[in-house]
Design a protein around this ligand. Structure first.
Ligand code: B12
Ligand code: SF4
Length: 479
């Protein structure tokens, strides 16, 4: 646990906890890249700027929750604040119990608690903070430290005499430039950076330049920032990048925005400011294909862009429209080709099972994948998250109490879809084979990959699909 500067006077004391234990995340070894929680680093910096004494326990590299238990006893906070994700729910339950035993007021915040706050109150948290946490945590901690009841505070939900008391919605921060730099000193940055260095030869850190997303994909859950979109100025972003380089020798940055570079003018200005600061960083981001025009990609590549995550989702225009993606397939193809031409790695997100999808649509996705062989990808079965239009659409067809597990890699069917789960798992395996063949293409004799693909396609059409969807082996049941 890293220490914050000493407190002045009887300031409220807040202990922040990131309950993510990387060794318990089966995805970690495969996909997940380790960065400290930006949400907690920003919260920590903000509340500290307002006179709150703050410490943080980051369990990412811990074996269990004992560092949190020790900090509860040694730091004696007024409030313990836990960041929540669905994956870390069992740890959060444990921490709520620890806080109760230590007689400390506990509050849950972050994406999972903001989606199902009653669950968090049920398992023992004293309060849940909804949405953006900065202003709310300052007010809540001050009230609790002064022995006042935080019930009714904007952005806070508590339970009183069995009834939920939900404060008003707290307006979003208007000026993101006014946020202090993340409180990196609250975590063991060197541990993260040296792990990255061992793995990649680079010292990598995460940066956020905006909050929210103005698009409206029907399956996307936005419990924290809603449909707002706010951006920092390019100057503010560069100040953060310079600090990371100067203080921590960071030479690779992951921009964690939901969608990076929504405004072309903004991104051009950022690139200008980065060049003026001689940053010499490599970076990666998540972006929408239609924003990545070939000429912009060329500039981004020259500025250090090494990898882009793109939500391709489906190779069928009909499906993209049903998902309200606002994306044309032609833009996907144009961008995939331009990324390849520029030598920028591409990571595709693909989704199977969305309502309305037929075997022909899945086949279109596979053919698109085959055509471009992205360097990396993930293909998941659509997850209906509460509060989304997709969830609304399938809420009467949910499959009992199934909840997705991280270990599952998006491979669990949570609603009655067009086909059985086994069919989707089989399709996932097909993408796996396709990816392996794509990688092997350069090392095999010409035509070998195509022959294997033909055999696999035939097996898929004639054997696997009829079997999995329960039809007779009539041939031609699947495209
Ligand atoms: C960038 C990102 C990542 C990055 C880096 C994450 C990081 N270390 O910061 C990487 C790729 C590493 C990553 C990994 C994972 N991620 Co991620 N990630 C995101 C993304 C796109 C942005 C997160 C972010 O930085 N937000 C900006 C900060 C400022 O917001 P915030 O964290 O929500 O915090 C604010 C509020 O929530 C609140 N708050 C948060 N915590 C607390 C605590 C208290 C006490 C209080 C009062 C308030 C509060 O105040 C904060 C400031 O306003 C989100 C999607 C999104 N838009 O939120 C998904 C998201 C958070 N990730 C998600 C998931 C599932 C994961 C993984 C579990 C994936 C996996 N293993 O399968 C891992 C977990 C890794 C980990 N260390 O926890 C899900 C979580 C869904 C859920 N209900 O659990 C999200 C919401 C995406 C989604 N829609 O599916 N992720
Ligand atoms: S999926 Fe991405 S682009 Fe679509 S609404 Fe969500 S954050 Fe925005």
């Amino acid at each position: 646990m890293a220490k914050a500067p000493a407190a002045r006077g009887p300031a409220p004391r807040v202990l922040l906890i990131d309950p993510y234990l990387s060794r318990e995340d089966p995805m970690e070894r495969k996909f997940v890249e380790l960065y400290p929680s930006l949400g907690l680093l920003q919260l920590g910096a903000y509340v500290r700027d307002r006179g709150i004494d703050v410490e943080m326990v980051d369990l990412t590299f811990a074996r269990d929750t004992s560092p949190a238990r020790r900090a509860l006893r040694s730091f004696r906070p007024d409030v313990v604040g836990v960041h929540t994700k669905t994956l870390t729910f069992p740890r959060c339950v444990e921490l709520a119990r620890e806080a109760r035993e230590a007689g400390v007021f506990s509050v849950a915040g972050g994406p999972d608690a903001a989606t199902r706050w009653t669950t968090y109150l049920d398992v023992g948290f004293d309060a849940v903070v909804l949405g953006e946490g900065e202003g709310t945590l300052v007010e809540l901690a001050t009230k609790v430290a002064n022995g006042r009841d935080p019930a009714g505070t904007a952005g806070v939900v508590v339970r009183r005499q069995g009834l939920l008391v939900r404060g008003a919605h707290r307006p979003y921060l208007k000026e993101l430039d006014q946020l202090p730099l993340p409180a990196w000193d609250l975590v063991d940055m060197e541990r993260y950076l040296s792990e990255w260095h061992q793995r990649t030869g680079e010292r990598r850190a995460a940066v956020l330049t905006s909050r929210g997303c103005p698009f409206d994909c029907s399956w996307c859950s936005k419990p924290t920032f809603g449909r707002t979109f706010r951006q920092q100025s390019p100057e503010r972003v560069v100040r953060e990048l310079v600090a990371l380089r100067d203080r921590y020798h960071v030479d690779y940055v992951r921009f964690c925005d939901d969608v990076f570079g929504i405004s072309r003018t903004w991104i051009e200005q950022l690139l200008d400011r980065m060049a003026e600061a001689h940053l010499d960083l490599k970076f990666e981001c998540l972006a929408r294909v239609e924003l990545l025009k070939p000429d912009l990609l060329h500039r981004l590549r020259a500025a250090g862009l090494a990898r882009v995550y793109v939500g391709v989702e489906s190779g069928s225009q009909k499906m993209l429209d049903l998902m309200n993606r606002g994306t044309r397939l032609a833009a996907v193809e144009r961008t995939a080709a331009a990324l390849r031409a520029e030598g920028i790695r591409q990571f595709w997100f693909l989704m199977l099972g969305y309502p309305g999808e037929t075997l022909e649509d899945i086949e279109a996705t596979l053919q698109l994948f085959r055509k471009f062989s992205p360097e990396e990808y993930s293909v998941s079965i659509a997850v209906p998250i509460e509060g989304t239009r997709f969830h609304e659409q399938v809420k009467n067809r949910l499959l009992g109490q199934r909840t997705p597990r991280a270990s599952d890699g998006g491979g669990m069917l949570l609603f009655e879809a067009a086909y059985p789960e086994s069919l989707y798992r089989w399709q996932q395996a097909r993408f796996g084979l396709e990816a392996a063949l794509g990688k092997a293409r350069g090392n095999l004799a010409p035509g070998v990959v195509e022959r294997v693909e033909r055999v696999a396609d035939r097996f898929h059409r004639r054997v696997a699909t009829p079997l999995l969807i329960g039809k007779k082996r009539s041939g031609g049941a699947a495209p």
